[in-house]
Design a protein around this ligand. Structure first.
Ligand SMILES: [Zn+2]
Length: 179
């Protein structure tokens, strides 16, 4: 998956799942790190190690877990970070969501190729729900559809947090009367 695809679908997924824009933003920034870390660790030899050690979910998940447990399993809020009192819980939660971005990156890669499962040096799980474009950095039609689906479902999940069925019907009626 392209960097753009990773960033958009991860942001949308975390926003839908948590309802927290700050959590989604942290995951957005973490979502390309498993790829960019290959340049840091392997430099020119990165192709030989592509989607292997850096795409093993275990260390990322362990780091996310450690940060989340430090945070007391809360969803971070911008208001708490600005306020500053007890903000260290929200800071740990932000770090947790950054690592969650890395975990989601690997899941997203598994939709369009293979990633390691139990052995970090062997890419043995994954499927081809869509294929990547031939040109590096370009999004294929399949990838665009995948990202749109992911964003659409997440947008609905995000909206559902703010509407009950009754209030949603009221909203539609009010909207209708004002058109
Ligand atoms: Zn990747």
């Amino acid at each position: 998956m392209t960097g753009k695809g990773h960033r958009i679908s991860t942001f949308a997924f975390v926003l839908g799942a948590t309802g927290s824009p700050i959590a989604a933003t942290m995951s957005f920034f973490g979502s390309t790190f498993p790829d960019s870390s290959e340049y840091v660790f392997f430099g020119k030899r990165r192709n030989r190690y592509h989607r292997r050690y850096t795409h093993w979910f275990v260390p990322w998940l362990a780091l996310a877990w450690a940060c989340f447990s430090r945070s007391g399993w809360i969803v971070p809020r911008l208001s708490a970070l600005v306020d500053g009192r007890n903000a260290h819980y929200d800071v740990w939660a932000c770090a947790g969501f950054w690592f969650m971005g890395c975990v989601l990156h690997i899941l997203e890669d598994a939709w369009c190729g293979t990633v390691p499962f139990l052995r970090p040096w062997k890419r043995d799980v994954g499927m081809h729900v869509f294929h990547m474009a031939k040109k590096a950095g370009e999004m294929s039609a399949g990838e665009v559809n995948f990202v749109l689906c992911c964003s659409g479902i997440s947008f609905i999940a995000f909206m559902v947090r703010f509407f009950t069925v009754d209030s949603f019907i009221q909203f539609i009626i009010t909207l209708w009367r004002n058109i």
